[in-house]
Design a protein around this ligand. Structure first.
Ligand code: GLY
Length: 422
């Protein structure tokens, strides 16, 4: 079978790595891919957002299954387009992608299907949004409705900060049309975790729950990033809490998706927070998480190709789905300056030594220049390790990190520590 992966980050390298282990997969293409992906797949120079070029490529190469990494192509309707042209694709249609593509839609969906989440109000009018701040009290969460490259959620400690956030979204159009509507939401406190489900429209299966580290620096300080590392499983999730999440959140969400007549099979990413009032949904995404994928797929014992392919046949029930009981950790090595401005093109060395230490190194922002591996993004590598315990996995992954060198790199030294404390 021929598979096309759309995207070129650490998540996509992990998907390619896992799909390449399937006996059913003969050939993988990646658009656009990266230097690590190029070791396992043929990379083609098509941007993930270029739906038409992707369609032409998939038709020409007679691709058997296309798998979408990032949210933007899903939100702009790549699944609808591929389906109209008779191509098999894993992902939800543009209606299902609204779970991530419109924060207003997602919050109204949660209200309609009684899924626990923070209180909120949605505004498409600037002065009503500003007036609403006088009724509530800080901290406020201000969210742009549409996709904003991970920057559209602003936590505001004061009313003044919230006023500025609304100004930047609705007046200054910092996120273009994505900020034409905003959600003002109750601030929730507690540990966060990510649960990813594969849903075929009828049945679902869950990967091991994981925890991301969104802030740039240790102790959850510094600016928000795409994610500086992840670990799984998450010890705070005992049997009772898992059951509560299944009954109050996961199943009502999947029933809601069916009731909304979403088509396609895809991933629902539940971004959860465990408050003193119980688990609540912070956000949904309609795709695999990054860097969560880097820790959940090494712990997945089944054949990922079979799972994704059969999900598109609404036949998830026919495939074995088993997660390992080991632990897995991914430490992101980032370019100096990330998530702000950073330089690219620095030579990367030491990957073989990291391999020898037992790590799996997933590439996020890398490229080959003059036959050398160089940095090509903010998040550069995800150094990942599996072991029987979280402690052992951390030791192995950090030994891998210590073997790797590129100018200006930094990483968090406390990935997974919350898991060790519980
Ligand atoms: N790790 C956060 C995300 O994938 O959205």
């Amino acid at each position: 079978m021929k598979v096309l992966i759309v995207g070129g980050g650490g998540r996509e390298h992990t998907l390619v790595w896992k799909l390449a282990q399937s006996k059913k997969v003969d050939k993988i293409f990646a658009a656009p891919g990266n230097a690590g992906i190029a070791e396992l797949a043929e990379c083609v120079d098509i941007a993930a957002e270029d739906r038409k070029a992707l369609l032409t490529f998939a038709l020409e190469k007679k691709i058997d299954l296309t798998v979408i990494g990032p949210e933007a192509p899903l939100v702009s309707g790549i699944v609808d387009l591929f389906n109209e042209n008779g191509l098999r694709i894993f992902g939800f249609d543009s209606r299902g992608a609204l779970l991530e593509g419109s924060k207003v839609w997602a919050k109204e969906f949660m209200r309609k299907y009684k899924i626990p989440t923070g209180d909120f109000a949605a505004f498409d009018d600037y002065s009503s949004a500003q007036k609403a701040l006088d009724i509530g009290s800080p901290p406020y969460v201000v969210k742009a409705d549409g996709l904003a490259a991970g920057k559209g959620v602003i936590i505001c400690e004061t009313r003044e900060e919230a006023r500025k956030a609304i100004d930047s979204m609705m007046k200054e159009k910092a996120f273009g049309e994505a900020g034409a509507r905003v959600v003002i939401e109750e601030y929730l406190d507690g540990p966060e975790l990510s649960i990813l489900a594969i849903f075929d429209g009828k049945d679902y299966r869950l990967f091991v729950p994981s925890q991301d580290h969104k802030r740039a620096f240790e102790n959850d300080e510094g600016p928000n990033t795409g994610g500086m590392g992840a670990y799984a499983p998450v010890p705070l999730l005992d049997h009772d809490l898992s059951e509560k999440i299944r009954i109050e959140i996961i199943e009502p969400t999947l029933n809601g998706i069916q009731a909304e007549e979403v088509t396609g099979a895809g991933v629902i990413y539940f971004g959860l927070i465990i408050t003193s009032d119980g688990p609540k949904v912070l956000e949904y995404n309609c795709r695999f998480g990054d860097p969560e994928t880097q820790v959940i797929l090494p712990l997945f014992k089944g054949d990922l190709f079979e799972i994704l392919y059969e999900a598109t046949n609404k036949n998830l029930e026919s495939v074995d789905f088993e997660n390992s009981e080991d632990a897995c950790v991914c430490i992101v090595m980032a370019s100096g300056g990330y998530p702000g401005a950073y330089e690219k093109g620095f030579a990367i060395s030491g990957l073989e030594d990291a391999d020898d230490q037992g790590s799996i190194v997933f590439h996020a922002g890398t490229a080959i220049k003059d036959n050398k591996l160089v940095t090509n993004g903010g998040r550069v590598l995800g150094v990942t390790a599996v072991a029987r315990t979280l402690r052992e996995a951390l030791d192995k992954a950090y030994r891998g990190v210590d073997s790797i060198e590129f100018e200006g790199h930094f990483h968090r030294k406390d990935i997974g520590h919350k898991g060790l404390e519980s």
